[in-house]
Design a protein. Structure first.
Ligand code: ZN
Length: 72
């Protein structure tokens, strides 16, 4: 069973979301809710996937996945 969240870049960081993802992924400019409690606009550009991970979403994702957070 896959983890119930997806990583999705938007607005300068990679966030995680539990919003149900449509087939093929969220289209650009979709508004989604993230684990850190923000609402972001989806950006699927190549450079967007190179953005840094949102620390709040990282923490939330590890809690959902039941895995320890690796420092650094
Ligand atoms: Zn976030």
């Amino acid at each position: 069973m896959p983890h119930p969240f997806r990583w999705q870049p938007g607005e300068g960081q990679r966030h995680a979301t539990t919003d149900p993802r449509p087939k093929g992924g969220f289209p650009d400019d979709t508004r989604i809710a993230t684990l850190c409690g923000a609402q972001i606009t989806v950006d699927n550009s190549d450079v967007a996937w190179l953005w840094t991970t949102c620390p709040e979403c990282n923490r939330g994702a590890h809690e959902l996945a039941g895995t320890p957070i690796v420092p650094g």
